[in-house]
Design a protein around this ligand. Structure first.
Ligand SMILES: [Zn+2]
Length: 146
């Protein structure tokens, strides 16, 4: 991260791109639970986080955004995931590469290259934790929101 003002402007751009209803849904879905550390926070304490950074091809969409606590938002930058681990997690979730690509709003090619280690995984901690979060979503079997 280069500087704080850059971070702020990114968040502002995201908020700008989402409708109030979408943001509401994001907050509603979170229940104040940080998907990373799985602790409860007041919703005011949660921050918007791109699973895949915009510069890495991530989208300004609900699927590519998580509400995380400020602590995890800072800490996740130090986490890493290997291509092998990514594949294992994906298999655990029962997702094809294409399905994972769709969920993360990136290309099949990107997922494929990540997994064989041909391309460095950007924001690896965020991806690993997002997968964990998706895993949690599946576990609840609450798929009525499709
Ligand atoms: Zn957290």
């Amino acid at each position: 991260m280069l500087n704080a003002s850059r971070t702020r402007s990114k968040v502002a751009a995201v908020a700008d791109d989402l409708t109030a209803a979408e943001l509401e849904k994001l907050f509603g879905d979170s229940d104040g639970l940080c998907p990373y550390c799985e602790r409860l926070f007041s919703k005011e304490a949660l921050t918007l986080d791109h699973v895949i950074p915009l510069v890495a091809g991530g989208a300004n969409s609900l699927f590519n955004l998580l509400l995380v606590c400020a602590g995890c938002n800072a800490r996740k930058k130090g986490l890493t995931v290997t291509g092998k681990a990514l594949r294992e997690i994906r298999n655990q979730l029962g997702l094809t590469q294409q399905e994972l690509a769709d969920l993360l709003e990136t290309s099949l090619n990107t997922i494929s290259r990540w997994e064989i280690g041909a391309m460095a995984i950007r924001s690896p901690g965020a991806i690993r934790l997002a997968l964990k979060y998706l895993q949690g979503q599946r576990r609840t079997k609450g798929h009525q929101k499709a």
